[in-house]
Design a protein around this ligand. Structure first.
Ligand code: 7TS
Length: 410
């Protein structure tokens, strides 16, 4: 069992005061903080190994290439990919989903085909599909949610009616960034497979929080961001099954992705180079590999238990506040709580909590359609990670009581 109290000192940014109070960082669903080992890996790469990859024969270039390809293998191992070539480095989840939509979707979707999504998707797993639907004539269809303030899960009873043979892609989030719902990813993939649909999982909120094994889940694609798993911004990955990737066309052209170029036509390298045109983000990829080591040393099952316990504790402490509407499941949930008050705007709560040194997030969380469905325009969200503690939840709950009192709500 990790010593959770000691872990805090691994994160230099947490050692500061905000408005004279110790920083309590509860905005981890937006981005997590980075441990010292990740910061050092970035500095070390630039101080010792910096060079462009793949195109050089000199020592530094070979070192940079080894480090970059080593990071690819490490990230592949982190999610149990069968082959490092199944890992394509991207800027993050958003770019990874855009890659699948543009490349697989552009090559395969026909008018009348259906892209199945869910009503709880982040804009990143929504807008790219709208764009490719417009280009190809495919249609969008949604798995509805049960009331999000009841349990916040998908209405799985509708799956039989929705998963018809016209469905070519089923793209869904592993964990909701607004309700904290953990979707039954393996079950959804096996249901999609029965009608021959490929599956794309948005892993932005799961990758750093739960054990993720793409082969056990049985998905075709899995997209995630490094900055939500203790790694740097500007780096993430798309996992794709090799057979699918090898049959997909490039989505961006440039150096590094070709085997031969002539004035009028070119030939592509296989995956992953085919999908990584231009100089890649070498330093951040290397540091992402170090973030994988850091999280695996803690144990992702332990992290899931820790974050989930904090979220359940917060849910219980907040549920007694007058007039609160708490979203998502009461029991098993990922490490976040999202809530709304009728008379106090989320932005006011976030601003007032900041005075107590607490970092929260208020708004639609890039979930505008879900907000509309819930009859809300915004929620306040507290999201937890390895360095958060039960004591911080107490301070957070006390701060909310103070804020409600100020607004005349308690
Ligand atoms: N999918 C989900 C479920 C997310 O929560 C996010 C980011 C993304 C995709 C996009 O990730 P990116 O790294 O490509 O930007 N979510 C949030 C959030 O909840 N608050 O800020 C960013």
């Amino acid at each position: 069992m990790p010593d959770w109290k000691k872990i805090r000192s691994d994160f230099p940014v947490l050692d500061q005061q905000v408005h004279g109070k110790p920083l309590i960082y509860l905005d981890n669903a937006a981005t997590t903080q980075k441990p010292r080992v990740v910061l050092e890996a970035l500095a070390r790469f630039y101080a010792r190994d910096n060079s462009n990859v793949h195109r050089g024969l000199h020592t530094l270039s070979m070192r940079a290439t080894d480090a970059y390809e080593g990071a690819r293998a490490r990230v592949g191992k982190f999610i149990n990919a069968a082959d490092p070539a199944e890992i394509i480095f991207t800027r993050g989840t958003t770019e990874a989903i855009n890659l699948v939509a543009a490349s697989w979707g552009g090559a395969n979707l026909q008018p009348g085909d259906v892209i199945l999504l869910t009503e709880m998707e982040h804009h990143s797993n929504l807008v790219p599909w709208q764009l490719i639907a417009q280009r190809t004539g495919a249609k969008l269809r949604y798995v509805p949610i049960l009331g999000a303030d009841v349990e916040g899960g998908l209405d799985l009873a509708q799956l039989d009616a929705l998963l018809t043979p016209e469905v070519k892609i089923f793209a869904f989030t592993h964990v909701s960034n607004t309700t904290g719902t953990i979707n039954p990813a393996a079950h959804l993939c096996s249901r999609a497979k029965k009608v021959g649909a490929i599956t794309v999982i948005d892993g932005a909120q799961s990758i750093g929080h739960l054990p993720v094994d793409v082969r056990t889940i049985g998905c075709d694609f899995y997209a995630f961001s490094g900055h939500k798993m203790a790694g740097p911004t500007g780096i993430g990955a798309l996992y794709g099954r090799r057979a699918l990737l090898d049959a997909m066309p490039p989505w961006q052209g440039g150096g590094g992705m070709i085997s031969l170029v002539d004035y009028f036509e070119s030939r592509w390298k296989p995956s992953p180079e085919r999908f990584e045109a231009g100089t890649p983000n070498v330093a951040d990829a290397v540091a992402l590999g170090v973030a994988c080591d850091y999280l695996d040393a803690l144990g992702r099952d332990q992290i899931a238990a820790h974050d989930g316990a904090l979220a359940r504790l917060a849910y219980e402490k907040l549920s007694v506040l007058p007039g609160i509407r708490l979203l998502g499941p009461r029991g098993e949930r990922s490490g976040l709580v999202s809530f709304a008050f009728k008379d106090v705007h989320a932005h006011d709560i976030v601003t007032f909590a900041d005075e107590d040194g607490i970092a929260l997030r208020g708004g639609h969380h890039c979930n505008q359609p879900l907000m509309k469905k819930l009859g809300l325009t915004s929620t306040t969200r507290a999201s937890f990670y390895v360095y958060n503690t039960a004591e911080e939840i107490d301070v957070f709950a006390a701060s909310l009581r103070r804020i409600l009192k100020f607004f005349g709500g308690a």
